[in-house]
Design a protein around this ligand. Structure first.
Ligand SMILES: [Zn+2]
Length: 91
């Protein structure tokens, strides 16, 4: 049975094989992932990453994504393409 502090599901578990061949569990803090563009998959700028979820929750909304249309969902290039297509009536 692991120590009480390691029984919490708020830690991420990773199985690691040691040089002797034994499999042990390493515990890490959970971190928020990297946000990607929903259209092309590029990494989004202006969005914090690698924070703890409570740190993300404490941030104001304006610091969590860029304040433009589709900010935090699409990259600037895809947003621009989408708006151009919309203006031309291609959607
Ligand atoms: Zn994109």
């Amino acid at each position: 049975m692991p120590r009480p502090m390691y029984r919490s599901r708020s830690l991420k578990r990773k199985k690691v094989r040691t040089p002797s061949g034994k499999v042990v569990t390493h515990y890490r803090e959970k971190r928020t992932g990297t946000p990607h563009c929903a259209e092309c998959g590029a990494i989004l700028g202006g969005v914090p990453r690698g924070l703890r979820s409570y740190e993300m929750r404490r941030l104001p909304k304006t610091k969590k994504r860029p304040e433009r249309k589709f900010g935090g969902v699409l990259c600037p290039g895809c947003t621009s393409d989408l708006i151009k297509k919309d203006v031309r009536g291609q959607i």
